[in-house]
Design a protein around this ligand. Structure first.
Ligand code: NAD
Ligand code: UGA
Length: 466
């Protein structure tokens, strides 16, 4: 079977970039990305490319090249489902906020709804591919929804049938395009060789076959959760050691380097910081905890829960440390916040450590000036929204358009995201702008320490015991 037409349900951080790269490498395939969010689709179709809904280095160029040729964004879900030989489900899978499993289990309502839409509109044999990160065994639910519909419609649509595959995505935001162009592996789980081959053939347009790993459905679904859990575990591990470095006078970067040079350990994901953010690590590990408890594996659940606990502990630790260093109070003090996205090179703020830290600083009475090269005012307002009307009467934070303006009259500056531009700042200029004595808190160890010290500002860096 040769796939000529793809539909992707969900035009988000995964659906958009992933389909763009498929379209780029497969000019013989028509790729349709559909979404219920009209505004998001309009922005994908905007001729002002700076208004694309997602910022990713390299994405704009691909959209310019492929959009309107073999890459299309629309809300016309029924027609695009009908046209498709293969459908990716790439919708959001948030943590449940209420009911059984609230705070831990994944809310599968968007996946279910997508499956029902496919069941309703597909009119031929269709391969359905899980692209979203899903709890192990979700493919069973999708199969049941799809098969129930074919049973109901047996008389009218004899030719309709489905094959369900799992093909989790491992891209990281900020490097999504290069991750997609040159993936470490492509994982495909399934039990139907013909459909697996059809999907392998798509990736074969640009990925060498020795990077394609095929497994059963459940191993594929579970591997995605576990990959994220292992990555997050490394961050929590190094963050515990950052505190130990500060207490003992050791330097976290040297420790990470020495440890990471061991091939068995490896050098990646050993940067200590304000804890992991992003839409996935917390939700996926919470889900792992939930699943482990469900199977009565309480020790397993407790082990992974600790990875989450350390993440919040690191953020609380930073708040207390900042207040202590600033003479025990930050009430009415001006604090510059540098970076609001959860990591560099993305405009995504989901679960960003900056949100928690900024809210806590505001609660303590500080007035914030926040700068981020890619996060806009509307997004910050949404993230910092406070229902306490008394607090809303006062100005608690301001949006800063320009990096140096952020420091004007500030008593402290806190670096929360590792944007490149923060590594080459003019510290003499900053020193003049700030109210003295001024404190610099570098939660990512990114500023030029020599120059900060030369400008006589007080500096604290994560994991540095000086
Ligand atoms: P997202 O919120 O950016 O995008 C999901 C999109 O799906 C939204 O635009 C939403 O409107 C749309 N949607 C929801 N229900 C729909 C429906 N019934 N019909 C049509 N559209 C619908 O989410 P994302 O970051 O792209 O993540 C999607 C999935 O991929 C999640 O399971 C996530 O865990 C996983 N994932 C994310 C990343 C990442 O870096 N963000 C990486 C790997 C895997
Ligand atoms: C992560 C994984 O890296 C991807 O493989 C996965 O596909 C994705 O989750 C997902 O399933 O959503 P992402 O969250 O986009 O990707 O970005 P990461 O680079 O993993 O960073 C996550 C968080 O950890 C960020 O807040 C980052 O600043 C932090 N981090 C990362 C550290 O604090 N230290 C590090 O050494 C690395």
């Amino acid at each position: 079977m040769k796939v000529k037409n793809i539909c992707c349900i969900g035009a988000g951080y995964v659906g958009g970039p992933t389909m763009a790269v498929i379209a780029k490498h497969c000019p013989d395939i028509q790729v349709n990305v559909v979404d219920i969010n009209k505004e998001r689709i309009e922005r994908w179709n905007d001729n002002d490319f700076t208004n694309l809904p997602i910022y990713e280095p390299g994405l704009e160029e691909i959209i310019k090249k492929c959009r309107g040729k073999n890459l299309h964004f629309s809300t016309e879900m029924p027609q695009k489902i009908k046209d498709a030989d293969l459908i990716f489900i790439s919708v959001n899978t948030p943590t449940k906020t209420k009911g059984v499993g609230a705070g831990q289990a994944i809310d599968l309502k968007y996946v279910e709804e997508s499956s029902r839409q496919i069941a309703k509109h597909a009119n031929k044999f269709t391969i359905v591919v899980e692209k979203s990160t899903l709890p192990v065994k979700t493919a069973q639910t999708i199969k049941e929804i799809l098969n129930a519909s074919t049973n109901n419609k047996q008389d009218q649509k004899k030719e309709v049938s489905f094959s369900v595959l799992s093909n989790p995505e491992f891209l990281a935001e900020g490097s999504a395009i290069s991750d997609l162009e040159n993936p470490d592996r492509i994982l495909i789980g399934g039990d139907d060789d013909k459909s697996i081959k059809a999907l392998v053939d798509i990736y074969a347009h640009w990925v060498s076959k020795n990077k394609v790993l095929t497994t059963d459905l459940w191993s594929s679904e579970l591997s995605k959760l576990i990959a994220n859990a292992f990555l997050a575990q490394r961050i929590s591990s190094i963050n515990t050691i950052s505190a130990l470095c500060e207490a003992t006078g050791a330097h976290i970067k040297d420790v990470a380097l020495a440890v990471g040079m061991d091939k068995r350990i490896g050098k990646y994901f050993l940067n200590s910081g304000p804890g992991f953010g992003g839409s996935c690590f917390k939700k996926d590990i919470s889900n792992l905890v939930y699943i482990s408890n469900h199977y009565n594996l309480f020790e397993v659940a407790n082990y992974w829960q600790k990875v989450l606990d350390i993440n919040t502990w690191q953020q609380r630790r930073f708040i207390n440390l900042i207040i202590n260093k600033m003479f025990g109070t930050i009430s009415s003090k001006k604090i510059a916040i540098l970076g609001f996205s959860f990591k560099a090179n993305t405009n995504d703020t989901r679960e960003s450590p900056a949100i928690y830290i900024c809210k806590k600083l505001i609660e303590e009475g500080a007035i914030l000036n926040i700068y981020d090269p890619k996060v806009n005012f509307q997004q910050m307002s949404k993230d910092l929204e406070n229902n306490d009307s008394e607090m809303n009467n006062d100005i608690k934070w301001r949006y800063s358009e320009e990096v140096y303006d952020t420091f004007i009259n500030a008593d402290a500056a806190i670096f929360l995201t590792e944007w490149d531009e923060f590594q080459n700042l003019n510290w003499q200029k900053i020193k003049k702008a700030m109210r003295q004595p001024a404190f610099i808190f570098d939660t990512r160890s990114i500023v030029n320490i020599k120059e900060v010290k030369e400008s006589n500002l007080k500096i604290w860096q994560v994991g540095y015991g000086y």
